[in-house]
Design a protein around this ligand. Structure first.
Ligand code: HEC
Ligand code: HEC
Ligand code: HEC
Length: 460
């Protein structure tokens, strides 16, 4: 009798365990990796804490536990909105490389879904089988998304090399080069694009705020024009979607070039017979805002800096960077930097909250300005306040000072504060030096020569 009971008990345990295993097993079948990954995210309940209007469980209305659930969901959504990624996956579209990098990181770290979730949601925990599926899917995704031919162990890297060339209409790009350096775009013929984005000064002016006509100061730091073509939108707040749209801004901006209209600019350019003839050969309908900004865009598409030492490393040359620089890169990945600074530009692919892990603006000893609102200026959505387009880190050693407010004079200080405010870690002095060493390998070549900056960085 006792023996029968024992066997029944044993069978029950095995049955229960099997049911448990089946329910937590990664979804299997013949459907592609992407569908498996999607199923893992659905089962993992990611959207219950990472979307605007989650379907909260019934116990979210209970006291105490309900508050915990709501707080998790609120904090999760502040950190990361996963709706665009899930929508893309369910429609068979490639999601944003930033979202993929973020999900990859928490998967490797084993931090999501959090224990308080998987302990009460049968089968939602991240098992090693599921993790392997996600990691394989991420590598596949990057090979397809970037199509840059990275091989072997580098095929799945979150950072990708700059293409060696970008196709442009050379004649139009040459006209764009002339216009880029032409002070006639400004009201008093003193300022050109190159005044603030000199090609001999790494595409920046190395000032906290730029100086426009008659020494007027803007309210935000000038990013570099080099590799801007790889940004998903332009400006810190993303208000221009293309380089041409961007180029229409400065000429009429009252504190930059201060022209009153493109007609005013065109009247000056038309008086230049030689340039007008060359321009009409490339653009048969002649001078217009659209044609001028198109030419400038064509020129900016040539402002790329491939062949940095780091890109050589990505393409397979193990000796292109030193052991210390490699350690710096590993730290850059370990501390989440490569979840926002991703892709070709190590940035320029998403808007991110400045002060994700600690309130940056509360600690900053500067008055708040309208520029600090970031993306909010464009959308008027509260969620977008203090979100900025992530700046590119290409050639970052040459583009001081740093941040939208130009508040960081040194790269090391900029790195240190990123640790505190964006990653939630206090980096050691040695770690900062290693990350800076890695960032130094991102200086590329323009027209076959290593990019340099004629300005010298002030001593800190
Ligand atoms: C119970 C709510 C909850 C669930 C379920 C959940 N998360 Fe989270 N998630 C959070 C919270 C809270 C944070 C912020 C905590 C932290 O990282 O310190 C967070 C942080 C993250 C971050 C980090 C954002 C950043 O930039 O640092 C990512 C990415 C993420 N979650 C992805 C996922 C994925 C993928 C899933 C599903 C497999 C998931 N989460 C499930 C609550 C949740
Ligand atoms: C007076 C200095 C000044 C002049 C002149 C100027 N810019 Fe800028 N540029 C800036 C500043 C400051 C920003 C950042 C503004 C912002 O994000 O709101 C910027 C942003 C940009 C960006 C966006 C880069 C990014 O990563 O978002 C590009 C591209 C650019 N400028 C190209 C040009 C071109 C082309 C011209 C000439 C038509 C020009 N600029 C004239 C100062 C200047
Ligand atoms: C949550 C996203 C996020 C993470 C994580 C992150 N960054 Fe940033 N990074 C940003 C944003 C946004 C800015 C612009 C901040 C501003 O202008 O106020 C920035 C700016 C920078 C800059 C200045 C670039 C310039 O030209 O102004 C450097 C350098 C930098 N980050 C390095 C790092 C390093 C190193 C780490 C890891 C320790 C890191 N970041 C982690 C989003 C992030």
């Amino acid at each position: 009798m006792k023996k029968r009971l024992f066997i029944t008990f044993l069978v029950l345990i095995v049955a229960l365990f099997t049911i448990y295993r089946i329910s937590v097993k990664a979804p299997s079948g013949n459907y592609p990796l992407q569908n498996k990954a999607t199923a893992i995210f659905i089962k993992g309940g990611c959207l219950s804490c990472h979307s605007a209007n989650p379907d909260l469980p019934f116990y979210a209305d209970l006291p105490v536990i309900g508050n915990m659930v709501k707080n998790d969901s609120k904090e999760g959504y502040r950190m990361f909105d996963m709706t665009p990624m899930m929508t893309a996956l369910e429609n068979g579209i490639l999601p944003s490389p930033v979202d993929v990098a973020k999900v990859e990181k928490v998967t490797m770290d084993g931090t999501m879904p959090p224990a308080q979730y998987y302990l009460v949601h049968w089968g939602s925990e991240m098992t090693s089988t599921k993790r392997d599926i996600i990691i394989e899917w991420v590598t596949d995704y990057r090979e397809e998304y970037y199509a840059d031919g990275l091989q072997g162990e580098r095929a799945g890297e979150p950072i990708r090399p700059i293409p060696l060339t970008v196709a442009v209409d050379a004649r139009k790009a040459e006209l764009g080069r002339i216009l880029y350096h032409d002070v006639r775009l400004s009201s008093d013929n003193t300022v050109s694009c190159a005044t603030c984005h000199g090609l001999n000064t790494a595409g920046v002016d190395n000032k906290q705020y730029s100086e426009g006509v008659q020494g007027q100061l803007g309210g935000v730091n000038a990013p570099t024009v080099f590799n801007a073509v790889f940004n998903f939108v332009q400006f810190w707040d993303g208000r221009a979607t293309t380089l041409a749209e961007q180029a229409a801004g400065p000429p009429l901006n009252p504190v930059e070039m201060a022209s009153t209209s493109f007609d005013e600019i065109i009247a000056k350019l038309q008086a230049d017979k030689e340039l007008t003839q060359a321009f009409t050969e490339a653009y048969p309908d002649g001078w217009s805002e659209a044609n001028i900004t198109n030419a400038i865009e064509m020129f900016e598409m040539t402002l790329i800096t491939p062949n940095s030492r780091f890109d050589k490393y990505l393409r397979g040359d193990d000796n292109a960077i030193t052991a210390v620089e490699k350690e710096g890169y590993e730290l850059f990945k370990k501390y989440n930097c490569a979840t926002c600074h991703v892709g070709i530009n190590l940035g320029g692919e998403s808007y991110e909250l400045m002060g994700l892990r600690k309130h940056y603006f509360a600690d900053r000893n500067m008055e708040m300005t309208v520029e600090d609102d970031g993306r909010y200026k464009v959308t008027q959505q509260e969620r977008d306040r203090h979100r900025f387009k992530v700046p590119s880190l290409r050639n970052v050693a040459l583009t001081w000072p740093y941040y939208h407010d130009g508040s960081q004079a040194s790269l090391k200080e900029a790195v240190c504060k990123m640790g505190t405010y964006q990653s939630g870690v206090e980096l050691t002095d040695e770690e900062e030096d290693k990350i800076v060493a890695f960032l130094n390998t991102l200086t590329g070549e323009y027209e076959g020569k290593t990019l340099t900056n004629d300005n010298t960085q002030p001593i800190q």
